[in-house]
Unconditional design. Structure first.
Length: 275
């Protein structure tokens, strides 16, 4: 079968992208016309759901840039330029089933950002290649193979992430508990000074009672009471957020493991297409 060839209109001119035969988890496009080089398109998880392999990622170069770095001389470049570029684009659909594209930073082999025209050209080529793969009949095979490829590393990261967020939640809760005795101590001291001031008014005592910024009087009693009063619910809210992130990471771990264990007597479910 003849490999499909895309015709892509870009600010730099027309680029032709010819797809090679499908590998297990990727399609490689050879570029011609206004741009030379290759684009590597593979499956990946959605940026907001690490257990859902329903996105495709297009990388500048002939290899998966999230796994290895393409040689400088193999990176795409404009037809009349010797400058190659790194970068990638992830294409997925959001909760409302609207197409979304996330472009990762593009830079030249010398570490410079491309011009606006070059960036638009590179983005247009990446988007066209990603769009093509996302609508192929065999995209589910690419997504499933990509999930199999990336799951071990994702599980390792998500397990670490769940433990990290759990530890952070415990730290915030501990700090919240510590604010209560500190607030009580500062409040008792404030009332003591207030009684002294009533008995014998003095500017120094008034200064001790005032709510002053640290730049004027570090750790003033009134400021300490205010900060500790505010900090307790804030720290608890932060702890609750960390618990949510812990549960989310744990749920994604469970989901990925479930996808790796097909039910006995049933076919492994197909991955959901990006479109």
């Amino acid at each position: 079968m003849t490999s499909p060839s895309l015709t892509i209109d870009t600010p730099a001119g027309t680029v032709r992208a010819t797809a090679s035969p499908r590998r297990a988890d990727a399609i490689v496009f050879e570029l011609g016309g206004a741009m030379r080089g290759s684009v590597y398109v593979t499956g990946t998880h959605r940026p907001d759901h690490w257990d859902q392999f329903t996105a495709v990622r297009a990388c500048l170069g002939p290899v998966n840039s999230f796994k290895t770095t393409a040689p400088d001389d193999a990176l795409p470049r404009l037809a009349r330029s010797h400058t190659g570029y790194h970068g990638s684009l992830t294409l997925y659909r959001d909760e409302m089933d609207r197409p979304q594209a996330t472009v990762y930073p593009m830079e030249s082999t010398a570490g410079h950002e491309p011009s606006e025209k070059t960036a638009a050209t590179l983005t247009a080529v990446l988007r066209a290649c990603a769009d093509h793969v996302a609508t192929r009949d065999d995209v589910r095979m690419i997504l499933d193979a990509s999930r199999q490829r990336d799951t071990p590393a994702l599980l390792g990261f998500l397990i670490w992430s769940a433990t990290h967020h759990q530890d952070e939640a415990a730290r915030y809760e501990k700090e919240s508990r510590a604010t209560h005795p500190a607030r009580r101590t500062a409040l008792a001291a404030w009332w003591t000074v207030a009684r002294w001031f009533v008995a014998c008014p003095h500017p120094v005592l008034l200064l001790m009672l005032a709510d002053l910024p640290d730049s004027v009087l570090p750790n003033s009693l009134a400021r300490t009471v205010a900060v500790k009063t505010w900090a307790a619910p804030y720290l608890l809210a932060m702890a609750a957020r960390e618990h949510q992130l812990t549960h989310r990471a744990q749920a994604e771990v469970h989901s990925l493991r479930s996808q790796q264990r097909p039910r006995q007597g049933s076919r492994r479910p197909d991955s959901v297409s990006a479109h």
